[in-house]
Design a binder for this molecule. Structure first.
Ligand code: UDP
Length: 239
């Protein structure tokens, strides 16, 4: 059936930047609400959804390091930023009547539950949206790597990366309007060409675990549900 979901369980990576909307910092609640509505639409089709959110709209560890500060502390601040974004998304989902839980890689019991793979599986099996906060819980990693790791842990059929553009290009299409766009590419080719859509650790982890990646535009309303039905514009990384 062309219009039924192609996947049973997916991991969606949303960058912190996407949550900013038109703002220069922080969370635009209307954008968080729209992304939540997209997730709700996919959940309503019976697909299990895990979400990893970045923190770049609030803080990135390298910003501290580049000013001579301590990188590890900076990364801790970045991981806390992902927790803020995770709570914002949970709030938006809850407002829509969708059951969602935040599981954090860093213990903060007054704020949300701590991550364990078993807990994540139980919540996903029960039909709840699971939002993974705190990245991997380790400095020197990114939330792309966290997305690859959680995708492997929950047995996701695919890792979706919602970006600013509708797929993978040979160069930044916002800077080079003639940059070639890929409909399909392999993990290996991505690594070889050094395409900066995801960091290398994330690509390597998905390659090792045979998890395809789909890159699409997070800004198209309903885009997530379309992709799940195999429609719309995206780049598929597999093989
Ligand atoms: N971070 C980290 N370990 C992780 C994930 C994230 O230390 O496993 C920190 C790091 O400082 C990073 C920040 O959290 O810059 C925000 O994450 P990321 O840059 O991946 O967010 P995005 O670019 O997706 O908004």
């Amino acid at each position: 059936m062309a219009d039924s979901p192609q996947y049973k369980r997916v991991l969606l990576k949303v960058s912190g930047e996407a949550l900013m909307g038109g703002q220069s910092f922080g969370v635009d609640v209307s954008v968080a609400d729209r992304i939540a509505a997209d997730i709700a639409e996919v959940r309503a089709q019976g697909v299990d959804v895990g979400v990893v959110i970045g923190g770049g709209n609030i803080f990135r560890g390298v910003a501290v390091a580049s000013r001579g500060g301590d990188r590890v502390t900076g990364d801790h601040m970045g991981m806390l930023a992902t927790a803020i974004n995770s709570l914002a998304l949970r709030t938006s989902l809850t407002r829509l009547g969708v059951d969602a839980v935040v599981l954090s890689a860093i213990a903060m019991p007054q704020i949300c539950e701590s991550f364990s793979q078993r807990k994540a599986m139980a919540y996903l099996n029960a039909g709840k949206i699971v939002i993974f906060a705190g990245g991997t819980g380790n400095p020197f990693f990114t939330t792309d790597s966290a997305a690859a790791l959680r995708a492997a842990e929950i047995g996701a059929d695919v890792l979706l990366k919602g970006t600013q553009v509708d797929g993978i290009y040979a160069a930044d299409p916002k800077k080079d309007s003639k940059a070639a766009r890929f409909d399909r590419i392999t993990h290996e080719e991505m690594i070889k060409q050094g395409l900066e859509v995801m960091d290398m650790a994330a690509i390597a982890l998905t390659q090792e675990n045979n998890i395809p990646i789909i890159v699409y535009s997070i800004h198209e309303k309903g885009g997530f549900a379309k992709i799940i039905r195999g429609k719309g514009r995206f780049t598929l990384v597999s093989g």
